[in-house]
Design a protein around this ligand. Structure first.
Ligand SMILES: [Zn+2]
Length: 325
């Protein structure tokens, strides 16, 4: 994803026309407590580590093919109905890349559905690396990619142990992180990010796919993570943000899910909001508008497994589990 610093004037203009969206429905209305299975941070961590064993999951490499096969095997093993969308996408510089979107669905017949997303590709170049000599190397993407996928694979494992009542669609998006590097002198278009998601949105519209709401996970594994209310999430889906941040607060994670406005990030959720009717938020490690604590190893060769915290993964997963069950 890319940093996108918002002008105050734009924020004022946009705040006047926020779309009204229905609130997500609670699934424990009425008769008392619902037992929520315990999310395992260790299992999520293992799923992050396994992805890294393939090497950087850069589109067009053997690691992409190998990891795609593994992700499908895992979802199948956990009882999901697995679908794959293969296509070719064109990057900011005109180069084309194979794109493999993968979805694992539970309760495909349920009308109340939650769309859970994370990008599984690695950025081909570490353009933010402090060492200029390493900026052409791929990013290992332990946090910026694999962390969200790790959490969702553990959700899938939990769904195989106890079937949720809601429909769940776990969507691993490809070629999210192939936007122009900061050194690129050509145009910097938002549409150069989230290429796999844009492909999927076109098909979702054609097929009439529906979900009640969507949650994107991106950079959810750092030990120092903070999740502010990301700007576009609040703009398109503030009810969903409220629901998620209130759930986190109830679970005692106020210091992780901080109930304050954050900056705007061009990420997969922006395209889902713009191209479909699904109000979708981004849980992403970022600070306040421009002045914040963006994950410091973002788009560097240091985005590696040692930055991943089992506790952060567990807390994010626990929030999702309470939304699902
Ligand atoms: Zn990224």
């Amino acid at each position: 994803m890319s940093h996108y610093l918002l002008l105050i004037i734009a924020a004022i203009l946009l705040s006047g026309c926020t779309k009204g969206k229905p609130a997500p429905t609670a699934n424990n209305a009425g008769n008392g407590t619902v037992q929520v299975p315990a999310f395992s941070g260790d299992s999520a961590f293992a799923a992050v580590a396994r992805q890294l064993e393939f090497g950087p999951r850069v589109p067009g490499t053997q690691a992409q093919e190998d990891c795609a096969r593994w992700l499908q095997q895992e979802l199948t093993r956990y009882g999901a109905v697995v679908t794959e969308q293969r296509s070719t996408v064109t990057a900011y510089d005109g180069r084309t890349y194979p794109c493999i979107n993968i979805m694992g669905s539970y309760n495909p017949e349920a009308s109340h559905r939650i769309l859970l997303m994370a990008h599984w590709d690695s950025r081909p170049m570490a353009d933010e690396d402090p060492d200029p000599a390493r900026r052409n190397e791929p990013v290992m993407a332990a946090n910026d990619g694999a962390s969200g996928v790790g959490v969702l694979l553990e959700i899938a494992r939990q769904a195989s142990l106890r079937k949720p009542r809601a429909g769940i669609d776990i969507f691993f998006t490809d070629v999210e992180d192939n936007g122009a590097p900061s050194s690129w002198t050509g145009p910097h278009n938002e549409e150069a990010w989230g290429l796999g998601t844009q492909q999927w949105c076109r098909e979702a519209r054609r097929k009439g796919y529906k979900a009640t709401y969507g949650i994107l996970l991106d950079m959810v594994g750092s030990g120092d993570a903070t999740f502010y209310r990301e700007y576009y999430s609040d703009y398109y889906a503030s009810d969903v943000v409220n629901h998620v941040w209130k759930t986190a607060a109830r679970l005692g994670y106020r210091n992780l899910f901080i109930d304050r406005k954050g900056g705007g990030i061009t990420d997969d959720h922006v395209f889902v909001n713009r191209m479909t009717d699904i109000p979708t938020i981004d849980i992403i490690d970022t600070g306040m508008d421009g002045e914040g604590t963006f994950y410091p190893y973002w788009h560097t060769t240091d985005d590696t497994l040692d930055k991943i915290s089992t506790e952060t993964l567990r807390k994010v997963g626990d929030v999702l589990m309470h939304l699902i069950y």
